[in-house]
Design a protein around this ligand. Structure first.
Ligand SMILES: [Zn+2]
Length: 113
């Protein structure tokens, strides 16, 4: 389960920032997981709870957002929102779409005290 490694990494980032930004408690973490990411939100939730036990983020609320992915449509010559990695362009229906985003995972917001 690679979510465990990702959750540990996330906690390391939060802990590091706590030192430079002077907070000692994390109340809420808003995490963005692109829909093409291979991170499983429920597994992430479970791992987050496990790794934050006895840390500054213990009992923090984890919010997970799943933004749509992006693709470059070669026919429209523009970036379009994609809900399916193998889908066609929502604007013109072309299948010539190259996926350019949607597999990211990042901390979007952090509520601290
Ligand atoms: Zn198109």
């Amino acid at each position: 389960m690679h979510e465990m490694a990702l959750a540990s990494h996330m906690l390391a980032i939060i802990t590091e920032q706590a030192e430079t930004q002077n907070y000692d408690k994390v109340l809420r973490v808003c995490l963005e997981i692109g829909i093409f990411s291979d991170v499983e939100p429920e597994a992430m939730r479970f791992c987050f709870e496990a790794v934050t036990r006895d840390s500054l983020a213990e009992n923090a609320v984890l919010e997970i957002e799943r933004p749509l992915g992006q693709g470059w449509c070669m026919d429209c010559a523009q970036t379009v929102e994609m809900s399916d990695r193998l889908g066609s362009c929502p604007a013109c229906g072309s299948a010539k779409v190259q996926i350019t985003g949607g597999d990211q995972m990042r901390i979007k917001e952090l509520e601290v005290a």
